[in-house]
Design a protein around this ligand. Structure first.
Ligand code: SAH
Ligand code: SF4
Length: 354
């Protein structure tokens, strides 16, 4: 392989440092960022405001990775799932979710697989293959942005972002650069299963909206659903949430997957209100997305209504989230399921004889 530097792995500061090593001025880094992220140019020869000698030197020492999806699937509701093949043959998935008024949210992955082994999550059942590089995180946005505007970004695809903190922070710095995509930190949300020390480190290192996958109101249930809870139980997790730096009017999002008979009772709703007391919180209620390989079941519509109604009655902002893109396996926790099934030649759901 090449020992050339992939410029998409570098923050603006790092690129300026790289250029300083070549004896070049700092503002050249901004020029290159504009070419790469604002104009989508990855060929040095086209960067006409750089001297030819510099372009040639850059081409000799560096390259700019760029992705085209290997496959794109579009759901009936307009959700689009991109499959990207990485240089080492691994794959990741990225999902574009259409929002109101022609806007779109992009759900990006941070790892190939995930080590956290949540029992409800298909991604988790495959284990961790490897971390994505900053360039591989950013390239999901570059490729999707070519396909239409991306207004918001959520780090809620495959992987646990805080288990790949260095590359995730670097990717956010690249996405935030004014000379590049110029995303404001309020446009980006990072979701974690609750790695407590890394939550504090994240808060120290960079601004981003925080979402926490809570999913249970007792340690006994959360231990079963999310093994990470045995390391960082609820009291520690909620203390980390209380300590997380927030801007005025900013809240932490708590994601709560409702699973029939497991965590969807009125008693759970009551405990949830108590747990979140004093935290600037909003709750996303996500009906469990059923998939093969798991005996867990979606809640009844009545249970969802009762649960949400109780939270609202206690002035807790509680939004019911429809899982979009279910017909193309693009919904929460389904990423990579279909592909792995093909590779493993496992029978598809509902066709055990095949
Ligand atoms: N690892 C991080 C980042 C997102 S994980 C985290 O756990 O927060 C993928 C998201 O899909 C999480 O919000 C998770 O709660 C959700 N999810 C996983 N399996 C699901 C399922 N079967 N039904 C509904 N949501 C699911
Ligand atoms: Fe990993 Fe998040 Fe899935 Fe848990 S829910 S296994 S942390 S991707």
């Amino acid at each position: 392989m090449t020992d050339k530097v992939d410029l998409k792995n570098l923050t603006l500061d790092e690129l300026a440092g790289f250029l300083a090593g070549l004896g070049k001025e700092r503002f050249r880094a901004g020029q290159i960022f504009r070419w790469i992220y604002q104009r989508g140019v990855v060929d040095f020869a086209a960067m006409t405001d750089l001297a030819k000698a510099l372009r040639e030197e850059l081409a000799a020492r560096s390259f700019i990775s760029d992705w085209l999806p290997e496959a794109v699937e579009e759901s009936r509701d307009g959700t689009r799932k991109y499959l990207f093949r990485l240089a080492d043959g691994q794959t990741v998935e990225t999902v574009r979710i259409p929002m109101e008024a022609g806007r779109a949210t992009l759900c990006i992955s941070t790892q190939v697989g995930c080590a956290m082994q949540c029992s409800f999550c298909l991604t988790g059942s495959f284990g961790l293959t490897r971390n994505l590089t900053a360039a591989e995180i950013v390239n999901q946005v570059c490729a999707a942005a070519r396909d239409g505007a991306v207004n918001n970004i959520v780090l809620m695809g495959m992987g646990e972002p805080l288990h790949n903190l260095d590359n995730v922070v670097r990717a956010l710095q690249i996405l935030y650069a004014a000379e590049g995509f110029d995303y404001g930190p309020r446009k980006v949300t990072l979701s974690t299963s609750g790695l407590v020390p890394e939550m504090a480190e994240l808060g120290r290192r960079i601004r981003v909206n925080l979402a926490v996958s809570l999913n249970a109101t007792t340690d006994a249930v959360r231990d079963q659903l999310m093994p990470v809870n045995r390391r960082y139980p609820l009291a520690q997790l909620l203390a980390a949430c209380r300590d997380f730096p927030l801007q005025p009017r900013q809240r932490i999002t708590f994601e709560y997957i409702l699973i029939r008979g497991v965590n969807d009772s009125l008693a759970d709703a009551k405990r949830l209100v108590k747990l979140l007391h004093g935290i600037k919180a909003k709750v996303n209620l996500i009906p469990y997305n059923e998939h093969e390989g798991s005996a867990l079941r979606a809640p009844t519509p009545e249970a969802i209504d009762v649960f949400q109604g109780y939270l609202l009655s206690r002035d807790l902002v509680a939004i019911r989230r429809a899982s979009k893109g279910q017909d193309i396996s693009a919904a929460c926790g389904q990423l990579k399921g279909k592909l792995e099934r093909l590779q493993a030649k496992l029978p598809p759901p509902g066709n055990p004889g095949e």
